[in-house]
Design a protein around this ligand. Structure first.
Ligand SMILES: [Zn+2]
Length: 284
């Protein structure tokens, strides 16, 4: 069983708004990544060089801030057809969709989407906004994911993209979802970094189906950010957030992670087995 990177941004960056793309432009890897975005085979070669077996390709719809539209779902579905064993397609449905529950079913059945992303700071709503009547469509989205056993990845923590509303990045806003949809698998992306690590850790310990995913945190600093992590290694997922701002290379991140003073079984769980549980291989 190989390593899974649970958070990679293979996204249609040509759809980004110029001011959002400028953030990637200064820190991103440039021309080489553009080739990966257009040619899955080249990206798979890159994963081989990094020592990574599988990558979860996190795509989402956020027209008002980053600029991604529903075409992101078609993009990631098509991309992952190159190797569904190694590439896991994650897409998204906005709660304002006319029939969000049916759309989740369509993404799973027709496009082969295997997880849903919710990005509250970029999508401009709280993940629990079904509880106060602001985004009632969220209830249908979570219910459909629970029924279809699709994990939901929720961005927790801040974002530096223009227009982001970071008040929606608090992990505690996800607690309602964990309570109301107890069979739903929830991944707290970025573990609430840099403001709310303790909240994210609390939820992952408290709820059997809530996982803590550590992408975006410099791996060498992981145990500073999450001092309790060694006691929760069956609920932690490795991810890089590559090629997001400040993340140069997946292989470098992986090597830094392996240098942490964790027992080998814990490293094995975080890099491979936990991800197999949350993102199982494609059904035959
Ligand atoms: Zn991300």
């Amino acid at each position: 069983m190989g390593v899974t990177d649970c958070h990679v941004h293979i996204n249609p960056v040509w759809e980004m708004r110029p001011e959002a793309r400028a953030i990637l432009g200064t820190a991103g890897p440039g021309a080489e990544i553009e080739r990966y975005l257009r040619e899955p085979a080249r990206f798979l070669d890159y994963l081989d060089r990094c020592g990574v077996e599988r990558a979860v390709l996190v795509n989402y719809v956020a027209p008002e801030t980053v600029g991604y539209t529903e075409r992101a779902n078609d993009f990631v579905a098509e991309y992952c057809r190159a190797d569904p064993r190694r590439l896991v397609a994650v897409g998204s449905v906005l709660p304002t969709h006319p029939d969000p529950g049916a759309e989740v079913h369509r993404l799973a059945a027709e496009l082969g989407i295997r997880g849903l992303k919710i990005h509250p700071p970029h999508q401009l709503f709280a993940p629990n906004a079904y509880t106060d009547g602001r985004q009632t469509g969220l209830r249908a989205i979570y219910a459909a994911c629970e029924e279809l056993r699709l994990p939901v990845i929720v961005h927790t923590g801040t974002s530096v993209f223009p227009g982001a509303r970071n008040k929606f990045g608090s992990p505690l806003l996800v607690e309602d979802v964990a309570v109301d949809f107890p069979r739903l698998t929830i991944v707290l992306a970025h573990g609430g970094r840099p403001l709310w690590m303790a909240e994210a850790m609390f939820l992952a310990r408290r709820f059997p189906n809530v996982y803590l995913e550590v992408s975006g945190v410099p791996p060498a600093k992981l145990l500073e950010y999450f001092p309790q992590l060694p006691r929760l290694t069956d609920k932690v997922l490795f991810g890089s957030d590559w090629p997001g701002p400040g993340v140069r290379d997946i292989g470098e991140n992986l090597a830094a992670f392996r240098r942490l003073p964790l027992p080998p079984e814990a490293v094995e769980r975080i890099l491979t087995r936990n991800a197999e549980a949350v993102f199982p291989g494609p059904s035959a």
